[in-house]
Ligand binder design. Sequence first.
Ligand SMILES: Cc1ncc(COP(=O)(O)O)c(C=O)c1O
Length: 439
Amino acid sequence: MTTLDLDVGNGSDSSTASRNGSGAGSAGAVKHDLADLALAGGSALFDVPRSASSLAAPDIERFLAHSRRFFDARRYTNTGPVAGELERRLAEFHEVEHCVTFASGFWALVLALRALALPGRREVVLPSLTYRRMADVAQWASLVPRFCDVDPATLAIDASTVEPCLGPDTAVVLAVHPIVNCCAVDEVEELARSRRLPLLVDGVESCYETFHGRKVGSFGNAEVFSLHASKLINGFEGGYLTTDDGDLATQLSLQRGFGFNGHDNVVHFGLNAKLNEVHAAMALANLDELEEQVADHRRRYHAYRRALAGVPGVRLLAFDETERTSCKNIVVELLDEWPLARSLTLEVLQAEGILARAYYAPALHQKPTAYRTIAGHLPNTEHLAERFVLLPSGSRVTEADIVAIAGLLRFLATSGDAGALASKSETAPGTVSTTEGPP
Ligand SMILES: Cc1ncc(COP(=O)(O)O)c(C=O)c1O
């Protein structure tokens, strides 16, 4: 049996000592035996849980400087100076003509789907192995989700998985990038164009990336991103859409503000999905520091690569570093020789203060919904939905934490008696509550 001895002090580390502050709490628990696991009553590896969310914290003075502009002008919302600047900066960042900000990525998706869907048709084709609430997005847009399978290499849709799902009732295609690298968005774009179908891209987890050298943000009719605190660009909450279609941008910017064009002049069906100024100030402050933050993500990713090398039964998903890539999300596949079920693995990790999450489970077509969905046979999705785990990363995770997490995985790989652990899990405490975001 392997012993996990992790006396790594107070969680600060040398090379990944983040500009955002060192990790909170300590990794000091020693695991000689399964009985030492927190699930079995031992002390947890981390007293303050380590999150998979980005939780980027920019220099507070930068945030305050951006905030002062709207505060002094008493323009707190309704697309004031800061949200306006954010839209300009994000359009430039994604190399597109227009950016429209929203209160969340969710509402940006809903409004964009509604706007793009071909009239008289009802279905949106989208992956099932994706963001947990994506079927709700379709339902809010009054569309029926038709789920397609994914390519096992990218964990995402491509033209060959979308094409069989297209039919006379297809109103729009929703391509979603996975959380490591990109989907084959160029071939989906070509397919949609050849079938005269609108294409919306969810680039929420890929806002920094390029695909074949082209900036994500400029594919399809439009792309949608999130500014949630768990994402690369943290605006506390928020979202945005990028497009080269000026009419679409105008329509959506009116709709997010109740459909008003000037006082009491309602020109569109609308709702209130505006990004307020304080969220825009936070997003701008993080955008200012994005390159440094990505450098930190890259250092953490490489620390994981070193620490997980040789851990049996675990495969770290590799970022394609020939492209521009954020290296933000750390995902491992539990291979056939891994001794524990994924659900039990997550329980063990969470009890240790490692807020690992299933990526993604259950798949959307396997979840009961209060509304209609359509799915054929999705063998890749069902297989893959059992295998992946998202590990802690982001601004509060240090290199010492990564060594500790990898050490625990190594310990489990060599000592993880599934039967013994399963019996301990029945008496274990529940999961920790945090400000974790999706995916
Ligand atoms: C892929 C994906 N799309 C959309 C969303 C929704 O974004 P928001 O949280 O800003 O509403 C999320 C949220 O995590 C997501 O992961």
